[in-house]
Structures are given as C-alpha cells and as structure tokens.
Design a protein around this ligand. Structure first.
Ligand SMILES: NC(=O)c1ccc[n+]([C@@H]2O[C@H](COP(=O)([O-])OP(=O)(O)OC[C@H]3O[C@@H](n4cnc5c(N)ncnc54)[C@H](OP(=O)(O)O)[C@@H]3O)[C@@H](O)[C@H]2O)c1
Length: 335
C-alpha cells in the first residue's frame, strides 16, 4: 500500500453510550464514500456548526464513524464528471457535507460534482476557505437584502449581530466596502477595535438588543439587518427596522426561539428572510462566489483570518461553541 492509497482524517466515532470521540486516523481510500469527483483537500475551516458536530451536539450526524468539516477547497485528483478534470481548483460548501456526508477535515474527499463550485478567478484556495461557509452565507444574506430593496442610499445603518463571529465579520467587511453604514452588535468589548477596522461605523452592545422593547414598534433605526444570533434579540430588533426594511435570519448562536408581533410587518412592510446556504442553487452559488472575489477586500479578509492545523481542531471546536473565536479559522489539512 502506498501513501497515495490512504488519507488522513479527523474521524468521529461513537461509543456504546453514544458519546462521540474524535481522533486523527489514516484511512484507506476504499473507505471514501461514493461520488464522481475525488478532491485532494488543501484547506477547510471551522464553523459554529462544525463545533457542534465535533462535540456530538444537536444530532446533526446520524451515522458514525464520520468525517466532519462542512466546507473545503482543493484540487481535483480524479473525475468522471464532464464538468471537472484533474487539476481543477474547486470549493465545496453546504449540501450537508460534514453532516450526513463525509466532509473536509481530511486530506482527501470524494463527492458529487454538482456540490462543487469552481474557484473564482482572483482569489487563492486559502482565501476561499478564509471566506468559507460563513463568508459565503454572509454574501447570500447581503444579496437577499439587496433583492428586497436594500441600497447604500437608504437612510439608516445596517445592523449585523454576532458581528465578531465568522459570518458577522465577513458581513461587516462586505457591507462597509459596498458603501453601507454598518452597526456591529457584539457581546465582546475587546473586539471593538477589530470591528471598527473591518468598517463598522457604530458598535452596539449585545445586551442592549436583549432588552424587550416597550411596544411592538420602536423608532426606525435599521435599514436592514443580518442576524446571526436568533433568540430573544431577533424578536426585539424587528420593531426597529425602517419602512420596507428586511432582516436576513442567518443564525441561532443565541437561541432558536423568538417572539414578535405582526405589527411591524403590517404597518411598516418589513420582511424576515430565511437564508439557507446548504441548498442554495448552483447559479446563485456561483454568483455569490463571483461577488465575494470582487467585493470583499482581501486585506480585511486576511486580518480576520487565523490558521490552525488538523491537530488543533478539537480544542478550537470547543472554543467556537463558547463564542471565543474571533473571525475565521482556516484549517491547513496538511499539518
Ligand atoms: N443559515 C445558514 O446557512 C448558516 C450558515 C452559516 C452559519 N450559520 C449560523 O450562523 C451563526 C453564526 O455562524 P458563525 O460561523 O459566524 O459562528 P461564530 O463564528 O461562532 O459566531 C457567532 C457569534 O454569535 C455571537 N454569540 C455567540 N453566542 C451568543 C449568545 N449566547 N448570545 C448572543 N450572541 C452570541 C458571538 O458574536 P459576538 O462575540 O460578536 O457577540 C459569536 O462570535 C451560527 O448560529 C451558525 O450556525 C447559518
């Protein structure tokens, strides 16, 4: 058996008491799942959802042993698809890879060609994973808000909650680069300088958004919202959206339940827009990546990115669940 017949993966296994454990292992290629494209993975990333999966939380994984990692990029090794050939540089996010399919915390993956996107011109493989699922989702949220009328000419600021996290950091950078005035809501005062450097014009204390407003509508404050937090604060901020403004509901870092009234929907025409990066159709996916390659300032992307190796994933998977990770964590799978 040669080195090329095997690959390295962070393997999750479940014991008899259904406790999930993770370890780095060498696996034979014949353990790769079915698919028409085999990819030599170069980089993956650590997202909030990866933190949950590595820690066996949320029943996101049904079958063990499992290789986590909801996104990756790399170079095609073998392909029986007419869309890809050996040597092509590709990105994969979503399609529940890393959840119900084996994912990117490995040096090799075999996947369906329709899940892949070609690396857009102008960015490197590493930069594509600095962006990763989080950045891709941030762009989908911006596109959804724009489709519903958001423009830099609208009065008011765009609010980004969970701003110092992965989705939030990229959202702040894109919006400010596009000329929007951005209010960044964070629970971590120590990230204020970082968020200002990314382009936030106002900093909002997360605790302020947790306070229940007096009535169903407050003063118009936000021209749009990208919400990464969910929970009570989502219900609270909807009443401060400006007339015809929209909120893109992206995340649940603060909880899954929220309560609101229909009043701002009926009297201000607001919209609540769901974002699902997993099943985003191919053409919109490609458009989002194209826009990311042009509209996300790469110096800001570099400043919000840290790099770890596969061996450091387990520690960092705990940190991300505690809200202690700032910006984006790229994983170099070769170390
Ligand atoms: N819909 C989709 O397709 C999609 C795609 C990607 C991610 N997501 C979801 O979007 C959210 C953000 O993802 P991410 O990768 O950016 O995660 P992340 O890097 O962990 O960022 C989440 C941020 O939320 C804030 N936060 C954490 N715990 C909180 C709490 N208890 N109450 C209020 N705020 C809290 C923190 O921001 P501050 O420190 O700034 O307060 C934290 O940095 C997650 O819920 C994730 O599952 C959804």
């Amino acid at each position: 058996m040669t080195q090329n017949d095997q690959f390295t993966a962070l393997l999750l296994e479940q014991d008899e008491e259904e406790k999930v454990g993770a370890s780095l292992q060498s696996l034979d290629n014949d353990r790769l799942p079915e698919g028409d494209v085999t990819v030599a993975i170069k980089y993956s990333t650590l997202n909030y959802k990866d933190g949950m999966i590595v820690n066996g939380i949320g029943r996101l994984v049904r079958d063990y042993p499992h290789v986590p990692g909801i996104d990756f990029c790399g170079v095609v090794e073998q392909s029986s698809s007419p869309d890809y050939k050996a040597g092509d540089e590709v990105i994969l996010t979503g399609w529940r890879v890393g959840e119900i399919h084996w994912g990117g915390f490995a040096t090799r993956a075999r996947v369906k060609s329709e899940w892949l996107v070609p690396l857009p011109k102008g960015i490197s493989l590493r930069q594509s994973m600095s962006i990763g699922t989080a950045g891709f989702t941030a762009m989908l949220a911006v596109m959804a808000l724009e489709d519903h009328g958001l423009s830099p000419d609208n009065p008011g600021e765009v609010l980004v909650t969970g701003a110092a996290g992965g989705v939030g950091s990229v959202a702040v950078s894109i919006l400010s680069n596009l000329g929007y005035r951005v209010a960044a809501a964070t629970g971590r005062e120590e990230t204020h300088g970082y968020l200002t450097d990314l382009g936030a014009s106002t900093l909002v204390d997360r605790a302020e958004l947790a306070e229940t407003p007096r009535g169903p509508m407050s003063k118009e404050r936000w021209s749009g919202i990208i919400d990464n937090v969910g929970g009570d604060s989502l219900g609270n901020i909807l009443g401060s959206l400006a007339y015809w403004g929209s909120c893109a509901a992206v995340g649940n870092a603060g909880g899954i339940k929220f309560s609101s009234t229909v009043i701002p929907f009926l009297l201000r025409g607001i919209n609540l827009l769901g974002i699902d990066s997993n099943t985003c159709p191919f053409e919109r996916r490609r458009k989002a990546w194209e826009r990311l390659s042009k509209e996300l300032p790469m110096d800001k992307l570099d400043s919000l990115t840290s790099e770890i190796g596969l061996t450091e994933v387990i520690d960092n998977a705990n940190s991300i669940l505690k809200g202690n990770v700032r910006g984006r964590l790229v994983i170099d799978v070769s170390r």
